[in-house]
Design a protein around this ligand. Structure first.
Ligand code: SF4
Length: 338
């Protein structure tokens, strides 16, 4: 899918700054108005709307049900009382080993490298995070790196957030160098949605940075629909592949976005054509404000079975739910009721 024509941007940071937009301006840009939605559906959001120009350019004009628009448009349902929904649905506070450092799994350590994102996904399980308290600070970095250096079982460090590619190159380079200085760490993983939101983030400087580390580099991107994989995104992925980065994608199964086997299959094929393999299909976490995206486990199982019938096994994402305290993500087939 090609993006609609856009102005020239001086750099990716300018695109990141231009991501902040009011609901009214977003709708006007798309040729939509409040009258295109049922009464009360739209809302002034507590979690601000953030959608960079490239991502907005992929939203179909005049379509209130566009699957990309649904991911970024604040809706009144977010503010409704939602019994059983949590602000920290994965109990991450219990896994904080040092400021900015999460230890959920034996061989991996996760750094909350940034509190900023290129885009605000309305279903995000960290949408209530107080990043001021949870993210890695320069002052806390020494503690986190000491904890990683002290545990030889850790062979992979994950940069997450927020989004680690929202960091300036100099900060990212310093972090990567600190990780690479720990001899038992072999792999650097970045969790990022910026690739789909601002493909221009994959600059020559970023390529040099990632090509220059001794670490094996894995990027687990996050996209949910084939329409997010524009030609610009595919070109950015191509630049990363050319330096040997392993490219995987994780999605969230979202009502009204991708809760359909044919849509998931089309997405998987588009990812593969762009050099990326589907990795996870997460069931939504019970985060407060996002219940309207839930797909129940019964439907999810039916969709997974249909997807298996449409795709070769290597393109079928693993349908999983993250259960706090489990040693790994739980396959849908292993959840009670299967
Ligand atoms: S980019 Fe990632 S961390 Fe940021 S809002 Fe979206 S899902 Fe959450």
């Amino acid at each position: 899918m090609n993006a609609h024509p856009q102005p020239m941007w001086p750099d990716w940071q300018a695109q990141q700054r231009a991501a902040r937009i009011s609901t009214a301006d977003l709708l006007a840009e798309l040729g939509l108005g409040e009258a295109d939605f049922p009464a009360g559906v739209l809302a002034a959001p507590a979690f601000p709307v953030l959608a960079p120009p490239h991502f907005r350019s992929l939203i179909r004009r005049g379509d209130p049900d566009d699957p990309l628009l649904r991911q970024v448009l604040a809706r009144g349902e977010e503010a409704l009382p939602q019994p059983g929904r949590l602000t920290d649905p994965l109990a991450e506070a219990d896994f904080r080993a040092a400021p900015g450092l999460l230890r959920k799994y034996r061989s991996r350590a996760l750094l909350i490298a940034s509190g900023a994102c290129a885009i605000h996904c309305r279903y995000c399980f960290r949408r209530h995070s107080d990043y001021g308290a949870t993210m890695l600070t320069r002052a806390g970095e020494a503690h986190a790196m000491a904890a990683i250096a002290a545990d030889a079982a850790i062979d992979e460090v994950i940069l997450s957030g927020g989004d680690p590619l929202s960091l300036a190159d100099a900060r990212l380079a310093a972090l990567v160098a600190a990780i690479a200085a720990v001899p038992h760490v072999t792999t650097l993983r970045l969790h990022s949605r910026t690739l789909m939101a601002i493909p221009d983030r994959v600059t020559p400087a970023l390529i040099d940075l990632l090509a220059g580390t001794r670490l094996a580099v894995v990027i687990v991107a996050h996209s949910n629909h084939a329409n997010e994989i524009s030609d610009d995104v595919a070109a950015a992925l191509g630049r990363l592949r050319a330096i040997g980065v392993t490219l995987l994608n994780q999605s969230v199964l979202l009502a009204g976005v991708n809760d359909d086997a044919a849509i998931i299959a089309a997405h998987a094929r588009r990812l593969f054509a762009a050099g990326m393999l589907p990795y996870y299909m997460h069931l939504t976490d019970p985060v407060a404000g996002a219940a309207h995206f839930d797909v129940d486990e019964g439907r999810a199982r039916a969709i997974e079975a249909q997807v298996r019938g449409l795709l070769p096994g290597y393109l079928v994402p693993r349908f999983v739910r993250e259960v706090p305290g489990q040693a790994a993500k739980t396959p849908l087939s292993a959840l009670p009721g299967s």
